[in-house]
Design a protein around this ligand. Structure first.
Ligand code: C2O
Ligand code: CU
Length: 473
């Protein structure tokens, strides 16, 4: 008992629209339109594209009329969307204006471990960190957030999170909408827990306090009883959904029961577009979908009872009003080539997620320190098949840094449809099991480690994290 499964309050108390305090887009919030995070494309010279990010604190009214202490990158809550291009060299100059250590992790990016922003890359208040690498990822939606030991949930729930759009020159990318904020729309979801004084809760004792409210934010705006508006100017619109919540599961759907055309999972394009009625995102996961909007469409987010939330709820978070007069071409019949792994000669490994009370473990160890956590060692070029077993009755997920994985099975079933895409964060239900396969390519290091963990952020902070060392041989 006491690990957070119990109901801690009722969701859905009435709140008015977030007013944005010191944020830069106050006008957008007050007229009920969807805020589009600023786009940061960087400045290019000598073949390197440089981005400047400042982690800083601020304030925002996450609940109407109540000022919360928040944090963000270059602003007081959330961060700009970064645009990276496949093949480019990027440099990120990041300063820490918080009053404690932080890191910036590029969730889902295939980068050297030293540049990955895991706990070993923590940098102190008042200092800076400047990772640089070549973008090997193809078109996909990634995100960035802190990853210091024990403070990920705190920092991310206070607002330190942003989207990364990776572009490439593939025919598929050329055929899809890609005009940021016009027909290529970010949707960053955060299901938070806040007390009446505005304090954002992020840990066991915080979640068990009474009188909490559970605001749902989309791009930083409260949608508890506001449906944001987006005025489409093109018929075909692409949406990039990121569940940046600490724990809740979000299912996206249309209010009219129609279909969404899903084109990408966490790690890029599906082999072919899938007509789906729902898109289920665990915390940390992303999906992309397109909609040809010829009449107004309302999108809903169904928040499933996560383990900090007392109830579930359905939020009509966005109405897309039709405005395009163009007739889009058919989508390409093939979006991507995904060769399914033949895992018969892959090396097998077992990962067990468990807990003793509020102590969360991987393979029996709570990863509360780098030295104390389970370390998995592999070598460059290894092809592996991992069975991830959830030995608890709690909801967990499994996130692997460095390389994408394919699903071999989910609770004993072979994947179909969107399950055939590439993932980096996937649900592992209580008592359930997923089998995944991956190949460790490109980056070896005998000092810096990648991480693997549950992406329910409190579980990660409570120890459900292990390290991965990829060496030359
Ligand atoms: Cu999004 Cu290791 O995390
Ligand atoms: Cu978990």
């Amino acid at each position: 008992a006491g690990v957070g499964l119990g109901a801690v309050g009722a969701a859905g108390a009435a709140f008015s629209l977030l007013t944005e305090g010191t944020r830069s887009k106050a006008a957008a919030a007050t007229d009920g339109t969807l805020t589009i995070p600023d786009l940061l494309e960087g400045t290019t010279s000598d073949g390197t594209t440089t981005f400047t990010l400042a982690a800083q604190t601020g304030t925002a009214e996450v609940l109407s009329g109540v000022t919360s202490t928040t944090a963000g990158y270059n602003q007081s809550f959330l961060g700009p969307t970064l645009k990276w291009t496949n093949g480019d060299t990027v440099l990120l100059n990041i300063t820490n204006g918080l009053d404690e250590d932080t890191t910036v992790h590029f969730h889902g990016a295939h980068v050297p471990a030293e540049m990955d922003g895991g706990p070993q890359s923590a940098f102190a208040a008042g200092t800076a960190w400047s990772p640089t690498f070549t973008v090997l990822d193809e078109a996909k939606t990634l995100w960035y957030h802190p990853h210091a030991l024990g403070t990920t949930a705190k920092q991310a729930t206070h607002g330190l999170a942003g989207m990364i759009i990776v572009e490439d020159d593939s025919d598929t990318s050329a055929a899809l909408p890609g005009d940021y904020g016009v027909d290529d729309i970010p949707l960053i979801f955060q299901c938070l827990a806040v007390d009446s004084a505005g304090d954002i809760k992020y840990d066991q004792s915080g979640y068990l306090s009474s009188g909490l409210s559970f605001p749902v934010l989309v791009n930083g705006e409260n949608v508890d009883d506001t449906t944001l508006a987006f005025a489409a100017t093109k018929t075909r619109n692409r949406f990039r959904a990121l569940n940046a919540s600490p724990s809740d599961i979000i299912t996206l759907q249309r209010s009219d029961g129609g279909t969404l055309t899903q084109i990408a999972t966490d790690q890029g394009y599906l082999a072919e577009a899938a007509e789906v009625t729902t898109i289920r995102l665990v915390a940390g996961a992303r999906a992309e979908f397109v909609m040809d909007v010829t009449e107004d469409v309302t999108l809903q987010a169904v928040i499933t009872t996560g383990w900090i939330r007392g109830g579930s709820g359905t939020y009509d978070f966005l109405t897309v009003t039709a405005g395009g007069t163009d007739t889009p071409d058919d989508l390409p019949s093939t979006l991507n080539t995904i060769e399914r792994y033949d895992t018969s000669d892959f090396t097998a490994r077992t990962i067990t997620l468990s807990n003793t009370g509020a102590t969360m473990k991987i393979n029996g160890s709570a990863g509360l320190t780098m030295a104390g956590m389970t370390m998995i060692s592999t070598t460059l070029g290894a092809k592996e098949i991992w069975t991830i077993t959830n030995a608890s009755q709690l909801e967990h997920s499994f996130h692997l840094h460095d390389v994408p994985y394919q699903l071999v099975s989910v609770n004993g079933e072979k994947p179909t449809g969107v399950g055939l895409g590439w993932y980096d964060t996937y649900e592992v239900v209580g008592g359930g099991e997923i089998v995944i396969a991956m190949e460790f390519t490109d980056f070896a290091d005998d000092t810096y480690m990648y991480m693997l963990h549950c992406h329910l952020l409190q579980h990660e902070d409570e120890g459900m994290m292990a390290s991965l060392m990829v060496t030359e041989s």
